[in-house]
Design a protein around this ligand. Structure first.
Ligand code: ATP
Ligand code: MG
Ligand code: FE
Length: 332
């Protein structure tokens, strides 16, 4: 089965072709990060315009890379949501046009299902599994008992982890996206500032990062008022330690409670070195296999959409040409 995936939910225009949900045949990503940098974040209108300009080029490049003919493509999978509506619409429109012109089934995919299924490009999934989804817009613990079934056992009550990274980076005058920069800086700093850990109620698998974000702002302001300057690297290290500890502990507790056969991480923040190391240490010797995808599979791409789309296709999920983008599509 060859599935062509299209992703345009945020600031990456991406097309990929995946064989049997596991093997990448083509994978093209056009990132717009440079265009959004000077605004300190993604500007929706600019994102849409870039997607329009890029989509046919990226599509053609992916087809060329694959060496396949359209006859060999079984279906078109596309990110239906969640994301920026104007950005999603470009991918959805392109997918519908292709499905119509090439007479292919159209398969709608949830962006987060895609992030999770990026892991299947590495290794077969083992159920029940627990996925820690940490990205720009999501922080969730997802329990999967079988393919295509997603049970939300915890989620953020305010900011997403990636959002907290980007906001703290902005306070430290670092360019967008701030996550990777803080990660690098944290490695050079010392955890000498005490920031809160939001454990919430006992046994809760929910998250909260807005208190941490405020604590970082206050610490910076208070130091400024005293005429002191804190080392950026120390702020980064202390902030990252708080995020990573909560993510690691809650993931481990959930993995034990649900007796999962596999734990995997997904989303842009899964690229974080501190988080990867912390999870590796926590799960080492526990007998619970931990799957950590390479960084290029953590951030937005279309191979993950084709991988999730393969299962959806095999399970019979189809959309008509009236498919619409849904910026707040629930995971199910
Ligand atoms: P969503 O997937 O929730 O719709 P998104 O697609 O915008 O949101 P991703 O592309 O999955 O998010 O991830 C981008 C986020 O990941 C940004 O917030 C970015 O700062 C963060 N990020 C990327 N690399 C790292 C890193 N090494 N450490 C921490 N955060 C990182
Ligand atoms: Mg992005
Ligand atoms: Fe994403």
């Amino acid at each position: 089965t060859y599935i062509l995936g299209i992703e345009s939910s945020c600031d990456e225009t991406a097309v990929a072709i995946v064989k049997d949900g596991k093997e990448i045949i083509a994978n093209v990503v056009a990132s717009q990060i440079e265009s959004h940098k000077r605004f300190g974040g993604v500007v929706p209108e600019i994102a849409s315009r870039h997607h329009v300009e890029q989509i046919t080029i990226v599509l053609q490049e992916a087809m060329e890379q694959s060496g396949l003919t359209w006859d060999e493509i079984d279906a078109i999978a596309v990110t239906q949501g969640p994301g920026l509506v104007g950005a999603l619409l470009i991918g959805v429109s392109a997918a519908k046009a292709l499905a119509f012109a090439k007479h292919k089934p159209l398969v709608p995919v949830h962006h987060i299902a895609g992030h999770i299924y990026a892991n299947r490009l590495l290794e077969e999934l083992q159920f029940p599994l627990l996925a820690l989804v940490v990205s720009g817009g999501h922080t969730e613990l997802v329990l999967m008992k079988e393919h295509g079934q997603f049970e939300l056992i915890g989620q953020t009550r305010d900011d997403a982890a990636g959002e907290a990274y980007d906001k703290v980076a902005r306070m430290l005058d670092m360019p967008y996206p701030g996550g990777p920069q803080i990660d690098l800086l944290a490695a050079q700093g010392e955890e000498n500032l005490t920031f809160p850990r939001a454990w919430l109620e006992q046994d809760s698998f929910d998250f909260s990062f807005s208190g941490l974000k405020s604590a970082v702002i206050n610490t910076i302001h208070n130091a400024q008022q005293r005429g002191e300057t804190l080392k950026k690297a120390d702020i980064a290290a202390s902030f990252q330690a708080s995020v990573v500890e909560v993510l690691t502990e809650k993931t481990f507790n959930a993995a034990e409670k649900y007796q999962v056969k596999q734990v995997l991480i997904a989303g842009g923040v899964a690229a974080n070195k501190g988080l990867r190391t912390s999870l590796e240490n926590k799960f080492a010797g526990t007998g619970i296999p931990l799957l950590i995808p390479p960084i290029k599979f953590c951030t937005d791409n279309a191979a993950m959409i084709a991988a999730a789309g393969t299962i959806a296709y095999q399970q019979g999920r189809r959309a008509g040409l009236d498919l619409n983008a849904n910026p707040s599509l629930p995971l199910q």
